[in-house]
Ligand binder design. Structure first.
Ligand code: RTP
Ligand code: MG
Length: 148
């Protein structure tokens, strides 16, 4: 099954929005297969956002993403990479549609609540970077078992 890497950024953790974010992906029907609260090292931040190394905001981005705990997750499901990006909304909260996480909850481009892999290739790279192969849980999620 397709997988993506999602992360509640330090602003989302500090504002108490981990549950809100997890809830949206759970309600959508995706499956959580790994999660951890962690503080990102400067080295990991530079690898994770390596594609932006030459951009003027790179220093600020690294400072921000390492400034406090993040909640890192792996989610599974059909087309989860693309669908999660839709659910997150545009990078700039001012341009993100209402109903999306950034549109409903975000304030500024630098502090936009959530990160999500932008392609299958990035998802593979980011999952390896944050989780290696160790902590992922494989389980069935038969909804019918719990409800009438
Ligand atoms: P992310 O990687 O965090 O999921 O966000 P994204 O794909 O929607 O946006 P991306 O272009 O990858 O940019 C990464 C993060 O850099 C910050 N940014 N600041 N000051 C600026 O103009 C600017 N542009 C981007 C944002 O926090 C964005 O999420
Ligand atoms: Mg990105």
């Amino acid at each position: 099954m397709e997988k993506t890497f999602l992360m509640v950024k330090p602003d989302g953790v500090q504002r108490g929005l981990i549950g809100e974010v997890v809830n949206r992906f759970e309600k959508k029907g995706f499956k959580l297969s790994a999660a951890k609260l962690m503080v990102i090292s400067e080295d990991l931040a530079k690898q994770h956002y390596g594609e932006h190394a030459e951009r003027p905001f790179f220093g600020e981005l690294v400072d921000f993403i390492t400034s406090g705990p993040v909640f890192a997750m792996i989610w599974e499901g059909e087309d989860v990479v693309k669908t999660a990006r839709h659910m997150m909304g545009s990078t700039k909260p001012s341009e993100a549609a209402l109903g999306t996480i950034r549109g409903d909850l975000g304030l500024t481009v630098g502090k936009n609540i959530i990160h999500g892999s932008d392609s299958l290739e990035s998802a593979g790279r980011e999952i390896e970077l944050f989780f290696g192969s160790s902590t992922e849980i494989s389980y069935d999620k038969p909804v019918e078992q719990w409800i009438y």
